[in-house]
Design a protein around this ligand. Sequence first.
Ligand code: MG
Ligand code: ZN
Length: 225
Amino acid sequence: MANTKDVIKGEEVTLEIQPGMNILEVNKKLAQKNMELLRKHNVKAIDIMGSIGAGKTCLIEKLVQALKQKYRIAVFKGDLTTTIDAERIRRHGVQVITINTGRECHLDANVVARAVERISLEAIDLLIIENVGNLICPAEFPLGTDKRVVVVSVTEGPYMVVKHPFTFMNADVMVINKKDLAETMKIDTKQLEKQVKEIKPDVKVAVTNALSGEGVEELIKALEL
Ligand code: MG
Ligand code: ZN
């Protein structure tokens, strides 16, 4: 069971916004601070974005299983109100902090900074952050991670990329998940890959089946881990 100190309530995390301050600018500055702090402690950090049901948590479980011998890992798990995902990840023996954002549909750099205060950066090498399940606004709020990953699943249809160009512009790695269902869904993963590369030419793409673990090695390579 989660210790209460492992749960952050987003509505309690207040940021003083002065008149005239642009929230996105403030977030960018705080993200820069997070990045500097993490780098100072040699902690690599990854932000994993994607809709509810894309397979983010499942992928994180597989990443943790594959990487926990090599890195000491902590996971931050953004969710509106539940700790379901946190329990799933905690089973693999890594520290998990749940960030319950309440009404907010994305994580921001401020709430991540509060979560960082609750872990020992000396005790970890890798921080994986699962953003709130939502493909739109998380992209506008960098958290201060080295890499940003967008997970889409073939069950989300053929227009995931073209309808969310801004999200993919900010991605370093795109995961196309549930590849085993591509044929049934009549989705050509090569087409999705081509579309994302038109938006972000240097994006890396991994095609996975997070349930079976297929493609997870490819993802680890794309993340340079
Ligand atoms: Mg999840
Ligand atoms: Zn949002």
